[in-house]
Design a protein. Structure first.
Length: 132
């Protein structure tokens, strides 16, 4: 059972890391410049691309920062509440109930670690990408 949970944990972490990596190619495309144009003159080269106004980039980044902040706040708040409730139940419970609460605390601990790790990782990636 623990091996299965560890497998899924590693799978989720690798998916988060894999989705957060951008592929950027800096290769030149000499073939486009040397190729003859089509008969109707509709050939498009990379020089024809003129990016528009990038003023919306800051608003999208701000929205992403707000979403990450909300997830961090709500996740922290809920995890503290659940930890307090489980702690009180653990202290007030009998020996058999304590053993049962120990079993239920492992999924909580893994979930809380995943929440804090992913939001912290996203914050780090956002701050590093802002410096580039």
């Amino acid at each position: 059972m623990i091996k299965k949970r560890l497998f899924f944990l590693i799978l989720i972490i690798s998916m988060v890391i894999g989705l957060s990596i951008n592929n950027i190619s800096y290769a030149e495309d000499d073939e486009v410049k040397e190729s003859p144009p089509f008969s109707d003159g509709s050939w498009v080269t990379p020089d024809d691309y003129k990016p528009g106004d990038l003023a919306n980039a800051d608003s999208i980044q701000d929205m992403g920062n707000n979403i990450i902040g909300i997830i961090q706040f709500v996740g922290s708040f809920l995890s503290v509440i659940v930890l307090v409730v489980l702690g009180i139940k653990y202290m007030m419970g009998s020996v058999e109930e304590r053993a049962e609460y120990k079993k239920t605390m492992w999924p909580y601990i893994v979930g809380a670690l995943l929440l804090f790790a992913t939001t912290t990782l996203l914050s780090i990636i956002e701050s590093l990408s802002g410096e580039i």
